[in-house]
Design a protein around this ligand. Structure first.
Ligand SMILES: NC(=O)c1ccc[n+]([C@@H]2O[C@H](COP(=O)([O-])OP(=O)(O)OC[C@H]3O[C@@H](n4cnc5c(N)ncnc54)[C@H](OP(=O)(O)O)[C@@H]3O)[C@@H](O)[C@H]2O)c1
Length: 322
């Protein structure tokens, strides 16, 4: 079967097509004939060698795979032909194995491309906003990279929950998308200081919650526009730099900075992470939420897909189709 291998740590050129044997599902696992593999920013961090505990080259990237069950391992209560999406490993491939207990059903009304955009980004968005961030309906939230994968999910969820949404992005097109998805205050941070924009719009009160997947200076500036008793959920470092909150400022303002990692959390506390899944899938099927699939590339174009995200051209989810 065709797979994509990261042959070394480095640029997107390190991603190459390769042939590997079709994997056999172990006990409790299924094999999925992959129709769409999700691309996540974490795939890029891993390929750069900047992801703590990430795989060593050569490896097959890919944390999400949607398709049909193609083979069922011992003791796995699934049927061949079922439409599923899984958080998996080695998803950039024609076939991938996954734990049968970690599958989500994909209704006929949902495409495999949309399904591949669901688990990582919608669970991260829901968890960071609500289970970790404690967002309430009458609160204000600042969402960075609001037109991105997690950002498009978080903007919709926060808006649907009745919060006032401040959304940052780097272009007007991205901000138009964020606004369509429910952002009340779109901010082009390349043209305006986002902390000053939040300050102006809130008469200096600030926001109650920040979702920070950027790190670096964005973390510091975001804390500047956090209201007293406010929370920041730190869940990524797309800038390449971790955020460095000043604990003196945190204590004076009664601020909380909360870390979030989906993979670690789902292993240790699956109920807390996955509790929202029935509501999320219900809302997606009812059309109250949408998975924004910004671009689809063939599996062979995985390097182009990575570069597309790194160049900040992407909106919503980027998907690979074998
Ligand atoms: N902790 C977890 O479990 C978890 C789960 C999922 C994702 N994440 C993290 O969440 C963040 C978003 O992930 P995603 O997959 O949804 O990606 P994404 O938001 O679709 O893409 C990243 C976006 O970040 C912004 N950005 C700011 N500085 C950047 C830089 N130096 N290089 C590239 N992009 C930059 C860009 O938006 P603008 O052009 O609008 O600035 C870009 O489009 C990432 O940090 C990712 O690692 C964490």
């Amino acid at each position: 079967m065709q797979v994509i291998e990261a042959t070394e740590f480095g640029t997107s050129d390190a991603l190459e097509s390769a042939d590997r044997d079709v994997p056999e599902p172990g006990p409790g696992e299924v094999r999925i004939a992959v129709e769409a593999a999700g691309v996540n920013f974490a795939d890029i961090m891993q390929r750069r060698g900047h992801y703590p505990g990430g795989p060593e080259p050569p490896y097959v990237p890919g944390m999400e795979a949607a398709g049909t069950v193609d083979a069922v391992g011992e003791d796995a209560s699934r049927e061949v032909g079922e439409r599923v999406v899984a958080m998996t490993q080695e998803g950039y491939a024609e076939y991938a194995t996954a734990d049968a207990s970690a599958l989500f059903d994909v209704p006929e009304a949902m495409s495999f491309e949309e399904a591949a955009g669901f688990p990582v980004q919608f669970l991260t968005a829901h968890n960071t906003l609500f289970e970790w961030g404690g967002l309430e309906a009458d609160e204000r939230v600042l969402i960075h990279a609001a037109a991105g994968g997690v950002g498009t999910a978080a903007t919709q969820l926060a808006s649907e929950a009745g919060a006032e949404v401040f959304a940052t992005a780097s272009t007007e097109e991205k901000l138009d998308l964020a606004e369509r998805l429910g952002a009340d205050h779109p901010i082009n941070y390349t043209e305006a200081d986002f902390a000053a924009a939040v300050d102006d719009a809130t008469d200096g009160e600030g926001v109650n919650l920040v979702l920070d997947g950027i790190g670096g200076d964005t973390t510091t500036e975001s804390l500047d526009c956090l209201a007293h008793f406010g929370r920041m959920v730190s869940y990524g470092a797309a800038s390449g730099q971790p955020g460095q909150p000043d604990t003196g400022t945190l204590l004076f303002n009664n601020h909380r900075v909360i870390g979030y990692h989906l993979g670690q959390a789902v292993t240790r506390d699956p109920g807390r992470v996955l509790g929202a899944v029935p509501d999320l899938t219900g809302s997606l099927l009812a059309g109250d939420l949408e998975v924004i699939v910004g671009e689809t590339f063939s599996l062979s174009e995985a390097a182009t897909a990575h570069q597309y995200i790194e160049d900040r051209k992407s909106t919503g989810k980027v998907v690979l189709t074998p």
